[in-house]
Design a protein around this ligand. Structure first.
Ligand SMILES: O=C(O)C1=C[C@@H](OP(=O)(O)O)[C@@H](O)[C@H](O)C1
Ligand SMILES: C=C(OP(=O)(O)O)C(=O)O
Length: 429
């Protein structure tokens, strides 16, 4: 537990940052590299706690995975070479590890038990377990198999057609990964598009997958072929510094090599609709994933309503977008974001609590929040709720606060952005 006191800064933020690798893509690179045949080299891998849970899980199943700084080398020998782990798999705080691994473990011919920390233990897993059971998976656990700890007895799986009842890329991914081991065709239909990194990476590893953006179909081809993966910077991490640049007068920040996959760029659309001065340069593509440099220059913004299809494209950015809204004249409304209630904490309540403590005018609704700006933020003692995105939102708020902001515990930040405070220091000199 590490308390962190941040003094107000209130001077322009200037500089250039290389944002660490994307968390979602890093998880998927380890998963597919571990079940493929051949050597997968993953560069710019996110060395965060969550992604290391995925690495450790495969190491316990006998896969050789070596890490040299931000490069990870996976010696894949195909899914048949995976071994029954001798101990329960610990997934820490990582929802992505848990849900994607359930899709893999359901089709492997051995027994596994999985568990997590207090937060993960309260997050719903029935959203993944229900469709996997339809595919003939044998999964059991607490509350009729809806919550961790869980046990999984690998089975021969059957393909299904499944329409997602929740807007979740983790659920979609779990079903598609199980589809790699299933007989026949597995089809996932989503009414609102969610991040498509699993589909892109399965394609890059040679899977038999096709997608029109709302219907994705996969068939079992027995083997995936290793390929090298470059992980672009995580736009969900870049979001903290995009907002920092947008709320501190006089700032100009460039964020290099940030992932620009269209299913993730909701924050860019929101900033542009609000009238931000945001430039995108050096656009490139690798492994089906777009990336480029983002430059944000401070400018007064307009309040807007954020709702509907854009929500899954910025779901993890909502805490810091709420902070942004406190610095905009008028009322910003966020709707259709009920998924925030089942993240690392109930992020609607956590955001409202933290920003209210700092003097903002913000109300929670069932599926979002309403923020009336512009308010001067005071300092104060805030709770991080053990949630990395809440802790980082609080740290960014301190830049414009009138007094010190004390975060009760900043250790969760290692989950997704281990060098966050170094970056904050770099631009506040
Ligand atoms: O698939 C992924 O990598 C993720 C999907 C999202 O969760 P849901 O699928 O639960 O919406 C997101 O919030 C999470 O940080 C990462
Ligand atoms: C929700 C998140 O991650 P996960 O679901 O993997 O715990 C997140 O990183 O904001």
């Amino acid at each position: 537990m590490a308390t962190h006191v941040l003094a107000p800064f209130n001077k322009p933020l200037l500089g250039e940052l290389e944002i660490p690798g994307d968390k979602s893509i890093s998880h998927r690179a380890v998963i597919l590299g571990s079940i493929a045949n051949g050597t997968t080299k993953v560069s710019n891998f996110l060395d965060g706690e969550d992604c290391m849970r995925t690495v450790k899980a495969f190491q316990l199943m006998g896969v050789s995975i070596e890490k040299q700084e931000s490069t990870v080398i996976i010696d894949g020998k195909g899914s048949n070479a995976l071994q029954e782990p001798l101990e329960p798999l610990y997934f820490g705080n990582s929802g992505t590890t848990t849900r994607l691994m359930l899709g893999i473990l359901a089709g492997l011919p051995f027994f596994t038990t999985v568990y997590g920390d207090a937060s993960l233990t309260e997050r719903p897993m029935d959203r993944v377990i229900d469709p996997l059971r339809e595919m003939n998976a044998t999964i059991d656990g607490r509350k009729a198999g809806s919550y961790l700890p869980l046990s999984i007895k690998g089975n021969s799986l059957q393909g299904i057609t499944y329409t997602l009842p929740v807007k979740s890329a983790q659920v979609k991914s779990a079903i598609l990964l199980a589809g790699l081991f299933a007989n026949g065709e597995t089809k996932v239909i989503e009414n609102t598009p969610t991040r498509n990194h699993t589909e892109n990476m399965l394609q890059a590893f040679g899977a038999a997958i096709s997608s029109d953006g709302s219907e994705t179909t996969i068939t079992n081809i027995q083997t995936l072929t290793a390929t090298n993966v470059y992980v672009p910077g995580d736009i969900s991490s870049a979001a903290f510094f995009l907002v920092a640049g947008a709320i501190v007068p006089g700032s100009k920040l460039t964020l290099k090599n940030v992932g620009l996959n269209q299913t993730r760029t909701g924050i860019i659309d929101v900033l542009l609709t609000m009238g931000a001065d945001l430039q995108i340069t050096n656009q490139q593509v690798s492994g089906g994933e777009e990336f480029g440099d983002l430059t944000i220059t401070y400018k007064e913004l307009n309040s807007i309503v954020i709702q509907g299809e854009i929500i899954p494209r910025l779901i993890d950015e909502i805490p810091v977008l709420a902070l942004l809204a406190t610095q905009i004249e008028g009322t910003t409304v966020i709707r259709d974001a009920e998924e925030l209630r089942v993240k690392e904490t109930d992020r609607i309540n956590a955001v409202v609590d933290v920003l209210t403590t700092l003097g903002a005018n913000i109300e929670a609704t069932d599926d979002g929040m309403v923020i009336h700006g512009k308010t001067t933020l005071t300092g104060g003692e805030i709770k991080s709720y053990n949630d990395h995105r809440i802790a980082m939102m609080g740290a960014i708020a301190s830049l414009i606060a009138k007094d010190d902001v004390e975060i009760d515990d900043d250790s969760s930040i290692y989950i997704s952005y281990p060098n966050f405070f170094e970056h904050l220091k770099e631009i506040t000199v």
